[in-house]
Design a binder for this molecule. Structure first.
Ligand SMILES: [Zn+2]
Length: 387
């Protein structure tokens, strides 16, 4: 039986917004924030700015910058790995299968070196059984692939060799959070998947708490018998931590809270320093997505403009003014591509469409892409394909 999976990222506002499956994390809708009033956030305000020396990206060990959580694709210099669900496909055991697309040859193959394998059953090296690998989430780290794995109610990190032949349980992250909900006459069971990212030897993750009255950022070393460390804890009405985006010596994340007197959510961006363990608030009034490129933080404000904040000197400006009709916008996201900024909006009017504006660092639109067909759209880190 298919289990209903929920993403912890979206458990905002007391679990008002529930989405299942491995949808992108960019779909959470929040109340509009047209007020300038700030809610009180502990240790916010005197933000210690990010030091320039703390930047840098190392392909082998770093989380691909601005990579979405729950991504089922990883990009390497030679090709990309992705998991593809095969539910209801004739002759295929349901679950997902690990595939590899080679940039040079343009071919997609199953990540399975077994001879005479038809890649259709649980004996295939590329097969991900849904019960153990429910969402097909992937990361790459030091040449290997990693994925969350469920076993006996616990979430583990599983390492997979690039040829698919070896799978190894590495570390136990947490007990899986399961909630029973009344659904009309029936009781449905919800399974939650925490948001996780791998960066410089650690798995950074956040948890879901019923009612969202507290939130914690954790990490665990990517090695056997490692222990979970709690890095940052907050509490309050409708509290949630999401969009974990490691960058250089920092792990940036968003923290949202609901105001005491309304259902309005205010969210802020924080940076955890991986060496000093200090957490500082780097932006007090963010909205939806953000990204970091070199020393600049780019984030979307409530009018869907992109604002840029220089994290070394604290200067802030409107980087790009949005002209779009936000009523029809269902999701927005930001990511970098070849040192440019991609602003993606998904809109629904008569039909769904996705639009990407590629901006240079002066805010000039260099290119626009609009298509229902994902093929011509850019994705974070597709630029590795050009190398
Ligand atoms: Zn196979």
């Amino acid at each position: 039986m298919k289990k209903n999976y929920y993403l912890c990222t979206l458990m905002l506002a007391g679990g008002m917004f529930l989405f299942s499956g491995c949808a992108s994390t960019e779909t959470n809708s929040k109340g509009t924030k047209d007020t300038k009033e700030q809610i009180e956030i502990t240790d916010a305000g005197k933000s210690e700015m990010i030091q320039e020396s703390d930047y840098g990206y190392a392909y082998e060990t770093d989380c691909q910058s601005n990579r979405p959580s729950y991504s089922t694709t990883v990009y390497t210099k030679e090709g990309r790995y992705e998991t593809e669900g095969m539910d209801g496909i004739q002759g295929k055991q349901s679950g997902s299968y690990l595939q590899y697309f080679d940039y040079a040859t343009g071919e997609t193959v199953y990540v399975c070196g077994k001879s005479n394998c038809e890649h259709s059953s649980d004996s295939c090296n590329a097969y991900f059984k849904e019960e153990n690998f429910p969402m097909g989430i992937l990361w790459n780290y030091e040449g290997d692939l990693y994925t969350p794995m469920i076993e006996e109610e616990y979430i583990w990190i599983c390492k997979i060799s690039p040829d698919g032949a070896v799978r190894e349980k590495i570390c136990k992250v947490m007990r899986q959070y399961v909630e029973e909900k009344e659904d009309g006459d029936e009781i449905s069971t919800r399974y939650y998947m925490p948001e996780m990212q791998i960066h410089r030897g650690y798995v950074y993750f956040t948890d879901y708490y019923m009612g969202c009255e507290e939130a914690t950022l954790y990490r665990i070393k990517l090695e056997t018998n490692a222990q979970v460390e709690s890095l940052y804890e907050v509490s309050g009405k409708g509290t949630s931590i999401y969009r974990i985006k490691p960058y250089g010596k920092y792990v940036l994340f968003q923290m949202g809270k609901t105001k005491e007197d309304s259902n309005e959510i205010i969210d802020s961006i924080y940076a955890y320093h991986t060496e000093s363990a200090e957490v500082s608030c780097v932006c007090q009034n963010s909205y939806k997505d953000f990204m970091v490129l070199e020393q600049n933080l780019y984030y979307i404000d409530s009018a869907y403009n992109i604002k840029r904040k220089n994290l070394t000197d604290g200067k802030e400006e409107i980087f790009y003014k949005a002209e779009k009709n936000s009523d029809k916008t269902i999701s927005v996201r930001l990511f970098d591509y070849d040192k440019k900024i991609v602003y993606e909006t998904k809109t629904v009017s008569e039909e769904k469409s996705t639009e990407q504006s590629v901006l240079d660092t002066t805010g000039k639109v260099c290119e626009s892409r609009k298509e229902a067909n994902d093929d011509i759209l850019l994705a974070p880190y597709t630029m590795l394909a050009d190398k």
